[in-house]
Design a protein around this ligand. Structure first.
Ligand code: PLP
Length: 376
């Protein structure tokens, strides 16, 4: 008899975005001629920048030529991409990261979920609410205890450190879905807490490319002490339209340690390297060449143009919603706009209203059992 991981039975039937797409598909089936504006799952709509596709075309040619063909990629990523990441994403911000601390991956979704492989399954995990649903579902699958940290108008969307002891903390800034960022001194509080309590922070910076205000941190390693406690996850998905190509990276500094039950220190960099070399196939050469091109002069210019387009949309949406009297956040350092639902509607009621009456798809708050959810 094969026993299943019964933590899976504790999950809601559908992943949030699957539930949204089920509703949208149902609506489309019944209303085939209605045009729908999709603002649900944060997918990109603009094509991949030309600098990236040109580089990838060349890489395809290399793969077809015996003199330049490449087989299995290095399991943690090619040095040419890691060097660009270090120079552009870290050195420029006076952060010292070594190549051995960077792990190229097929994206931030996999990494934020898979990272739990290297932790035991009875950790207490802090997750802000609302949040990118992957953190919740993967921790339920792993059997961890989740403590929800509210982010709402009452606390100015600033998550507060809870009273109970936390082992793993998920932070995502710029935030999906609220679009807010966190002041440096607030982030410092979480890092100090993690150092004092031997906790680990998993910092998802998938939306860093959308930051427009210079005083906002672009990496958690800009915070004193963060290299001792934080794992940082980044993605080319939103930065450069890679949602369909798949590439991201995770930084696990050498000084970040977890503990055995016997309280011995263990290097998380070593464990993650071991996990990836065993369970992950690496990212294709063609994809990594494409990611490298994001850092070329043309690549930077073209990705910036795309980001400006999304941010212009966000600005228009935000300003119009404000004109109608909605309470809104986000849209300044992230493409997301988060609003308070009107007339006491729950976020799913408002979702249905927008879809059925206005043919607009938004993202409602993920259902968390036993909690009120009023913010859309
Ligand atoms: N992290 C956050 C906060 C996201 O919103 C998303 C995608 O919407 C991801 C990670 C997924 O990134 P990737 O496409 O690199 O898996």
């Amino acid at each position: 008899m094969a026993n299943v991981n019964d933590n899976f039975l504790k999950l809601q039937d559908n992943y949030l975005f699957s539930e949204i797409s089920k509703k949208v598909n149902e609506y489309k089936k019944n209303n085939p001629y209605k045009k729908i504006i999709k603002m649900g799952i944060g997918d990109v709509t603009l094509p991949i920048p030309k600098a990236v596709t040109e580089a990838m075309h060349k890489a395809v040619q290399e793969m077809g030529d015996a003199t330049t063909f490449k087989g299995y990629p290095p399991e943690y990523g090619y040095d040419f991409l890691k060097e660009k990441i270090i120079d552009n994403d870290y050195k420029k911000r006076n952060i010292n990261i070594d190549k051995s601390e960077i792990f190229i991956s097929d994206g931030a979704k996999s990494d934020t979920g898979n990272i739990l492989d290297i932790f035991e399954n009875e950790n207490t995990v802090a997750i802000t609410n609302p949040v990118y649903p992957v953190y919740i579902d993967t921790n339920i699958m792993a059997g961890n205890k989740i403590v929800y940290i509210p982010m709402n108008k009452e606390n100015n969307f600033t998550p507060q450190i809870p009273n109970e002891k936390i082992d793993i903390i998920y932070l995502c800034f710029p935030n999906n879905p609220t679009g807010v960022t966190l002041e440096k001194q607030e982030l410092q509080k979480w890092v100090d807490y993690a150092i004092e309590n031997k906790s680990i922070i998993i910092y998802d910076a998938a939306y860093v490319a959308f930051i427009t205000e210079e005083n906002i941190v672009h990496s958690i390693y800009e915070i004193d002490g963060a290299k001792k406690v934080a794992i940082e996850v980044k993605s080319f998905s939103k930065t450069a339209g890679f949602t369909g190509i798949r590439c991201g990276y995770t930084v696990v500094p050498k000084d970040v340690f977890g503990f055995t039950r016997a309280k011995e220190k263990v290097s998380l960099n070593k464990l993650w390297a071991r996990r990836q070399s065993t369970k992950f196939n690496g990212v294709s050469y063609i994809t990594q060449i494409g990611a490298e091109a994001v850092y070329s002069d043309e690549g930077k210019k073209q990705t910036k143009q795309n980001i400006n387009f999304y941010m212009e949309n966000a600005k228009i949406i935000k300003n119009e919603l404000k004109k109608f009297g909605f309470d809104v956040t986000g849209g300044t350092n992230a493409p997301y706009i988060w609003l308070k639902t009107p007339n006491g509607l729950t976020s799913w009621q408002f979702f249905d209203y927008l879809l059925n009456e206005k043919q607009i798809v938004g993202t409602p708050r993920k259902r968390i059992w036993g909690r009120r959810r009023r913010v859309f």
